[in-house]
Design a protein around this ligand. Structure first.
Ligand SMILES: [Ca+2]
Length: 418
């Protein structure tokens, strides 16, 4: 899918990595770990400044035209968003694979809406159904909700950089239905798809990594790495731990041991280290921050989402904004607890904050630290601070990341970005 993603003639649109050594990535087979390229990703510079470089170079082409957004969402009059609603001139994009336990707490469905609404930036190469707490994971259910969002309606209104419904439905793959550490008997369609996506070339020729966003347990991701460890230099993992780790400690612990003993350069943000609730940075997406007016977890749904969207030409009885489910815990609210994995990538593009190569920098997806930089140079986890401090690294941006989404909800009613 990378061909559709490639900004034409845009070596400046670097959002991931460039190889200093220009060696081919390891492909095929299952090499001993000693055969892995010890540092084939430029995990750090030059892309540390690449996003700001991208923004600088895009900026002269930008025309800010917020008036129609304000007419759709009155709350937006109160703030200014950098890069909001611009004449879209090839913004940076990311190669993304989402592993979701959609089928449990409906907040994964909430995050799926946000993913589809941002598929112009987050170019989805696969959505795999994984295990999670209380979840009955189902690829069919993911496809059902993709259809409800009716992204083709938005494309027909001019938002043609969004992925089509057909592309998104094709990207869905069933993964494991039971948790457990990887072994030779536990291969799944999802683990095979993860390997396939990681090994595929980035036809934009930017040698971008595959961002694996884990919204459930690490079951299929660990299985994929077990089956094909050669993919590790080509991926970056941003996973939500906490209850997902409780659901499948075996896969999480296997991955951690793999990193420590076999590939210390694994690039991994673990958001929500154990014990549960001790840090849980991701909860800042729904706890804390400015919850006044339409920015509250109930009022955002009532004032921004309800009544919007389509019935997909009568396929469904309700508009997609009316079907938008509320979380089961905290009950009846906007939660989207997995969305920080996306906000981390979106912040530099839409908010002009954050650095996808440096999770220690502040941004919409939270701020993290390296607990052992000498031994594990690319392993990041929650700050060594109380949970309130960790979560504030996300909630401080609440109005920004909600206002940007609110504008996209307005697209159903005729707002345009180009
Ligand atoms: Ca989830």
């Amino acid at each position: 899918m990378g061909g559709r993603d490639a900004p034409s003639g845009t070596s400046q649109y670097v959002d991931g990595l460039r190889s200093r050594r220009r060696q081919p990535w390891p492909m095929g087979g299952r090499p001993p770990v000693t055969h892995l390229d010890p540092a084939p990703l430029d995990h750090v510079s030059p892309s540390r400044s690449s996003v700001s470089l991208s923004l600088i170079q895009v900026a002269p082409q930008v025309e800010v035209a917020p008036s129609h957004v304000v007419s759709v969402v009155p709350c937006l009059q109160e703030i200014t968003l950098p890069m909001l609603d611009v004449a879209c001139q090839c913004p940076p994009t990311y190669r993304v694979l989402v592993s979701t336990d959609l089928g449990g707490d409906p907040d994964d469905i909430q995050s799926l809406y946000r993913l589809v609404h941002h598929s112009d930036i987050l170019r989805v190469e696969a959505i795999t159904s994984c295990t999670g707490p209380g979840s009955t994971p189902s690829a069919q259910l993911i496809q059902h909700w993709i259809q409800r969002i009716d992204v083709d309606h938005l494309r027909a209104r001019g938002h043609t950089r969004l992925m089509s419904e057909h592309e998104l439905l094709d990207a869905v793959v069933q993964g494991a239905i039971t948790p457990g550490a990887p072994d030779a008997t536990r291969t799944t369609a999802a683990s095979r798809r993860i390997i396939e996506c990681a090994q595929s070339s980035d036809s934009s020729r930017l040698r971008r990594p595959l961002w694996i966003l884990v919204w459930g347990s690490l079951t299929d991701v660990a299985q994929a790495i077990y089956e094909q460890p050669a993919i590790v230099p080509r991926i970056r993992i941003n996973s939500i731990g906490s209850s997902n780790t409780e659901n499948d400690p075996g896969s999480r612990d296997w991955l951690y041991r793999f990193m420590v003993t076999e590939y210390p350069e694994l690039w991994w943000i673990e958001d929500g280290v154990m014990p549960r609730f001790s840090r849980d940075t991701f909860r800042g997406v729904y706890q804390g921050g400015d919850q006044s007016g339409c920015w509250g977890n109930k009022t955002f749904i009532e004032q921004i989402i309800r009544g919007r969207g389509t019935t997909h030409g009568g396929m469904f009885a309700e508009r997609c904004g009316d079907a938008f489910p509320v979380a089961s815990w905290p009950e009846g609210r906007l939660k989207e607890g997995d969305s920080p994995t996306m906000l981390y990538l979106l912040a530099p593009v839409l908010g002009a904050v954050g650095d996808v190569d440096d999770p220690t920098r502040p941004g919409w997806g939270g701020q993290f630290h390296r607990p052992d930089p000498e031994r594990l140079p690319n392993y990041y986890c929650d700050l060594d601070q109380p949970s309130e401090v960790c979560q504030r690294t996300i909630s401080r941006w609440r109005r920004e990341f909600l206002a940007e989404w609110a504008a996209r909800w307005g697209w159903y009613d005729g707002g345009s970005c180009s």
